[in-house]
Design a protein around this ligand. Sequence first.
Ligand code: MC0
Length: 146
Amino acid sequence: MLTRIDHIGIACFDLDKTVEFYRATYGFEVFHSEVNEEQGVREAMLKINETSDGGASYLQLLEPTREDSAVGKWLAKNGEGVHHIAFGTADVDGDSEAIRGKGVRVLYDEPRTGSMGSRITFLHPKDCHGVLTELVTAAPPAAEEH
Ligand code: MC0
């Protein structure tokens, strides 16, 4: 079951400048940043709020690390802006299979690694009324040290 907007992915040319815009304009701070080489992005997660399912909603700012990445290609064609929306679920495997069964193309056979150790997959935008849609299961909280 999809229980939150996990994040909105925003493509940008310069991550540092865009982070500074969101900080100076809205007061949003970087909660986490990383490079995901498989996806070809450098990203910053800005936490907006906690959600009733125990998760949270973020803005995800994305700068491509290479021109032939999904975000690099999209930026070259469209310029900066909203790139995708991501829904959070406790069960990305089950939900993606159920959605595949409804005739929507799921882009990965198995979920891949996303931000902060999450497991992610994508639905083809042409099957989702023009919206690239991601499904996310957040990583479990780190085990407490004893
Ligand atoms: C492409 N299209 C989009 C789109 N990207 N439509 C809406 N939103 C987008 N973001 C449209 C194009 O305009 C084109 O339509 C058609 O889809 C084919 O696009 P293309 O430019 O020929 O590109 P493809 O087919 O090579 O790739 C598109 C596809 C790709 C969606 C399959 O971008 C992909 O695999 N995306 C999933 C991975 C991803 O986006 N990773 C970056 C975020 P027309 O009408 O012109 O034919 S990584 C991330 O977000 C992770 C780190 C995380 O959340 O943790």
